[in-house]
Design a binder for this molecule. Structure first.
Ligand code: ZN
Length: 370
């Protein structure tokens, strides 16, 4: 989070630039000022035209973001990196139709802008020349051309059917409307990796450093997404009962953080809070650290605990638990039965259970849901 700087915010979404972002501006200045022989004017031109490109990238990411908000998916921030922008969503919807719309909304913004620019150019009799060949100029016509071509490039490039590009997500969503979600992800990721490999080899043989970088980005992105989905699919049918721990200290609202720290020294990191045995809140490790750092150890548990963490029950599916870990950025969740704390479940418990289930599947029967 500290690796980026906030520029401004739109509808509660922070637009941030990554600390490596100025590299692309330096590159553009060098490209047009030194290599292109444009001198100071060329360098300025490079910086302005690349900045313009990133304004369009931001609009593209806002397209994704507004579609996500429409479906109630929270958008945490948009980060601009030298190789493009990322809209960080609270979670990706598993609903293929929603993923389809969210993924398509970004490129749709660029298509709309390209049509608008092309139409306006026709109306005013401006000629749209390819800015990559027309050289250094910043006339009104050239700016129209830039916006037009950049939008076309952004739309086409992002619709390449390679995970984690928008085209790859659209492809997965379309497949998932007919096939199983996990299977669809494997297919889309396989296509993504193959295209990335071809693109990378092409870049390598043509000395295009940027293409190689993008190929690596796509390849690792496809691999990560496939692995994450596969992991979650493996959890389906297992319940909290099979993995949770009932050995957990339960805090009282009046306890001080000083007492909690004693427990952390014994390996406990996340704590349910109960009053007269009834669940009232949750104190996760991140929250505990932040409270200790800002206001010290003499605060009460009641003043720092999260009151909005919905507990899980013994029959909750582990797939849903894992989804909530990702969605709520928690490492553990409280387990209750009839409102009473019975334990805690963490990603460590889940991984441990999966390892044992792999060795002795007969000891961990899956509940077959419909
Ligand atoms: Zn996109």
């Amino acid at each position: 989070m500290n690796s980026s700087l906030k520029l401004f915010s739109v509808r509660g979404i922070d637009i941030r630039v990554h600390l490596t972002f100025p590299l692309i501006l330096v590159w553009a200045a060098f490209q047009f000022g030194v290599l292109g022989g444009g001198g100071l004017a060329g360098a300025m031109f490079g910086i302005i035209s690349i900045s313009l490109l990133f304004v369009l990238v931001t609009l593209h990411e806002l397209g994704h973001s507004f579609a996500a908000l429409h479906y109630g998916v929270p958008v945490e921030r948009i980060v601009l990196l030298p190789i493009g922008g990322v809209a960080q969503l609270g979670h990706m919807p598993d609903n293929p139709k929603q993923e389809f719309v969210i993924a398509l909304a970004g490129p749709a913004v660029n298509v709309a802008l390209a049509i608008l620019m092309g139409g306006a150019a026709l109306l005013f009799g401006l000629s749209l020349t390819n800015p990559l060949t027309s050289g250094v100029s910043l006339t009104i016509g050239a700016i129209f051309s830039y916006i037009f071509f950049y939008n076309v490039i952004l739309a086409v490039f992002n619709m390449i059917p390679a995970f984690p590009m928008d085209g790859g997500r659209v492809l997965r969503a379309v497949l998932a409307m007919r096939l199983d979600y996990g299977r669809s992800t494997q297919i889309a990721a396989g296509i993504g990796r193959t295209l990335a490999l071809l693109f990378g080899i092409y870049g390598l043989f043509n000395g295009q450093f940027f293409s190689v970088l993008i190929a690596i980005f796509i390849f690792t992105g496809a691999t990560q997404e496939a692995r994450m989905v596969q992991f979650r699919q493996r959890l389906r049918g297992y319940t909290v009962q099979q993995a949770y721990s009932n050995q957990v200290p339960v805090l009282q609202p009046a306890d001080s953080l000083r007492e909690v720290v004693n427990w952390t020294a014994r390996g406990q990191t996340d704590f349910p809070v109960a009053q007269f045995g009834t669940y009232v809140g949750f104190l996760g490790s991140e929250r505990l650290m932040r409270a200790l750092q800002h206001n010290g150890p003499d605060q009460s548990v009641a003043s720092v605990m999260a009151k909005d963490v919905e507990p899980v029950t013994l029959t909750t599916d582990l797939f849903d638990v894992q989804q909530r870990f990702a969605r709520e950025k928690l490492g553990a969740l409280p387990v209750v039965e009839y409102g009473r704390i019975v334990g805690i479940i963490s990603s460590r418990h889940i991984r441990h259970m999966l390892r044992m289930a792999a060795m002795r599947p007969e000891l961990f029967p899956r509940v077959r849901s419909a």
